[in-house]
Design a protein around this ligand. Structure first.
Ligand code: ATP
Ligand code: MG
Length: 332
């Protein structure tokens, strides 16, 4: 069976709607058709400052949300990144074949470092993409189900894999990004030109999966749109409205064209209200399932320990071949 790997950061506690619609939603069906590895990537989380207690809680919370969303540890491998030390070990080797200029071109680094300032920007944030490449390549991954913002990182991963294979022999399978056309990029509700983001969205612009649905309903109703009156998908001239149509479409299964017809001749108000109701109905059972997993932290830790046990031998096999190929002496 083809392999998939993907990860999500345990930052901020709750996932947001963009994480769910862009990434996690795809992970669930892929457990049936693929050999799936999913990771709560805590090593990535510390590229920006994290409170230790909050990080520990957020890591369990992330796992509970993934299980609540429908991941089944019997059908996929769910683990915490720091439990498999091979990730950091392979990342080092990849750092040593990555050009400084090449890494400097990553737009996520440019965006995030601009926000942190030079002194606040860590070397870890700079090398985030090579750690992500290691995550993917360790598992001989075929497909990487992610949101559209990760396309450039997956392309870098392919370039690095090809370079290493060319230099040292066939060590890595070449992965490709698996990005949904619909909802590849969910935008901030208050600033529809920016992506909804755990680290940089405005409080009113981000829809947290674990917030009381009433809070999120209000955010949908007060989402920024334009002064026009026609419900039409037009990301260039109507970015806010188009974002709402994208979300509505993803949640309802109706196409954007069907939605344009449904709301033909109406102002934006009814669409916002209906979207708020649809979201509430959809998120309520997901929240309930997440809470059930959170109520049993011992079981959660057991699931994560089992996941790490399954992931490690796969990762170790790749790492051993890489170490041998680059010329390291075999260990004792
Ligand atoms: P940060 O801003 O700190 O990077 P994030 O909101 O991007 O956080 P991540 O944990 O980095 O969250 O991303 C997890 C997954 O969610 C990735 O596959 C990413 O592509 C996807 N994703 C993140 N934001 C969005 C979005 N607005 N729309 C669609 N997918 C998204
Ligand atoms: Mg991100």
């Amino acid at each position: 069976r083809p392999r998939v790997f993907s990860g999500i950061q345990p930052t901020a506690g709750s996932f947001h709607l963009g994480n769910y619609l862009g990434a996690v939603r795809q992970w669930i069906p892929l457990q049936e058709s693929h050999d799936a590895f999913y990771s709560v990537v805590d090593l990535h989380a510390i590229t920006v400052p994290q409170d230790p207690k909050a990080l520990r809680e957020a890591t369990r919370l992330a796992a509970a949300q993934l299980l609540g969303a429908g991941l089944d540890p019997e059908r996929c491998t769910l683990f915490v990144q720091s439990h498999v030390p091979e990730h950091t070990q392979l990342a080092w080797v990849l750092n040593c074949v990555t050009g400084f200029g090449e890494a400097s071109r990553m737009t996520q680094f440019k965006d995030k470092s601009a926000k942190q300032g030079v002194e606040g920007t860590t070397v870890g944030l700079f090398t985030y993409p090579t750690l992500m490449a290691a995550d993917i390549l360790l598992y001989q991954t075929d497909q990487v189900p992610v949101g559209g913002d990760q396309r450039q990182h997956v392309e870098l991963t392919r370039d690095l894999a090809q370079r290493v294979n060319g230099r040292y022999g066939q060590l890595f399978r070449l992965p490709s990004a698996h990005i949904l056309k619909e909802a590849a990029k969910v935008q901030d509700l208050q600033d529809p030109l920016s992506k909804m983001s755990k680290s940089s969205s405005s409080p009113k612009g981000i829809v947290w999966m674990l917030d009381p649905p009433k809070t999120s309903a209000k955010k949908f109703r007060s989402a920024v749109t334009d002064t026009g009156t026609e419900v039409r998908y037009d990301p260039e001239n109507k970015p806010g409205l188009s974002n709402l149509l994208t979300i509505y479409s993803a949640l309802s299964g109706l196409s954007v064209a069907e939605l344009e017809e449904k709301f033909d001749g109406q102002l934006y108000g009814p669409l916002k209200t209906e979207l708020a109701e649809l979201f509430t109905e959809w998120v309520t059972p997901i929240q309930a399932r997440t809470r059930e997993f959170l109520d049993d932290p011992a079981e959660l830790d057991r699931v994560l320990a089992t996941g790490a046990e399954k992931a490690r031998p796969v990762a170790a096999e790749t790492l051993t071949r890489v170490h041998e190929a680059v010329g390291f002496l075999p260990g004792l």
